[in-house]
Design a protein. Structure first.
Length: 338
């Protein structure tokens, strides 16, 4: 993939010296859905990883709500937000996930995600001190998996094979991904948590976030978006999580990142951006997304502290990771060609 015309997106500067550069692709949609800005190769398919969790949550909500089951009202509030998020394994996160499993008559053993330590540092250190082991429920994707299991139980579908791409839950998710992105799924892979992963162009990912941000009141899309907005700490965590920090700093914004340098963000007035850092690093994706939105005219002035990532030397700031988007990189294409 090194022969592709990826754009420079960010620079890492240490004591005035450019130490590293991040390249990749970025696309911004204006509130009408037209491409406002693009750099790199935004029409190239990517694997969105956890950036697609809001759509996975939406499909689970749709499937559950359609059931004649007491579980039809379970996915709401923090439970819906954690289904759309990548939690940090805080005890409060675990309580929400465990409550979802209990409502479905299941235990942690039903989760198909791998065991892991919590990402929250204080929680992880406490568990190690007390002799606890890695567990499935502490893994950052356990909320998504619990929602899939709730949907399966609500509809009377089997649960041991809920991660099979042919399972009804996964077919519902694939259909929702294609519908919101406005493009067919290009690739089916396996995510790090074991769930099916659906590839699509970066432009389709931006359309997905725009559809969630502009959803009609009362729609399933709006319910997922509102759960994320009201409970950003369940989308990420309480301490230093970039998605949570961004949604707290800019009320009404939706933000969800994924592994390998992917991020989708949409503003309440309809701007949307999708980013892919081709080196797989997520450290600059929020910086890039905010710079791209600002360049397109979106109001993101309320998060100045997120527009740069400090570079430390001896524990003190000596530089920063900042956006440096080459909007001229990559082949020029018209909206009609997209």
């Amino acid at each position: 993939m090194t022969d592709r015309p990826y754009a420079e997106l960010a620079r890492v500067t240490r004591n005035g010296f450019v130490e590293s550069r991040h390249h990749g692709s970025v696309v911004v949609l204006d509130p009408t859905g037209a491409v406002a800005l693009r750099a790199g190769v935004p029409d190239e398919p990517v694997l969105p990883r956890s950036t697609l969790k809001p759509v996975q949550a939406l499909a689970c909500l749709t499937a559950t709500a359609a059931a004649d089951s007491p579980l039809a009202g379970v996915l709401t509030g923090p439970a819906l937000a954690i289904a759309a998020g990548s939690h940090t394994g805080d005890d409060r996160h675990v309580t929400v996930v465990r409550d979802l499993l209990t409502a479905a008559g299941l235990t942690e053993d039903a989760l198909g995600c791998p065991v892991d330590w919590p990402e929250d540092e204080a929680t992880r250190e406490r568990l190690i001190r007390t002799g606890e082991r890695r567990s499935r429920i502490r893994m950052n994707c356990s909320g998504k998996h619990a929602a899939m299991l709730v949907a399966a139980v609500a509809r009377g579908w089997s649960t041991p094979d809920y991660l099979d791409p042919a399972h009804p839950v996964q077919r519902e998710i694939a259909a929702a991904v294609a519908r919101l992105a406005g493009t067919p799924v290009s690739t089916v892979a396996v995510d790090g948590c074991g769930a099916p992963l659906f590839g699509l162009p970066l432009t389709g990912l931006a359309r997905t976030f725009q559809a969630l941000a502009q959803a009609a009141p009362g729609s399933v899309e709006e319910r997922v978006a509102e759960a994320m907005r009201r409970h950003p700490e369940h989308v990420g965590g309480w301490h230093g999580h970039p998605n949570t920090d961004l949604m707290r700093a800019l009320p009404g914004v939706l933000a969800k990142g994924g592994a390998e340098g992917v991020l989708g963000v949409a503003t309440p007035d309809g701007y949307a951006v999708a980013v892919k850092a081709i080196d797989g690093s997520p450290r600059a994706t929020t910086v890039i997304a905010l710079a791209a939105l600002a360049e397109a005219g979106a109001a993101v002035d309320g998060a100045p502290e997120l527009r740069r990532v400090p570079v430390l030397g001896g524990g003190e700031p000596v530089g920063a990771v900042t956006a440096a988007i080459d909007w001229t990189a990559g082949p020029a294409r018209t909206e009609e060609e997209d």
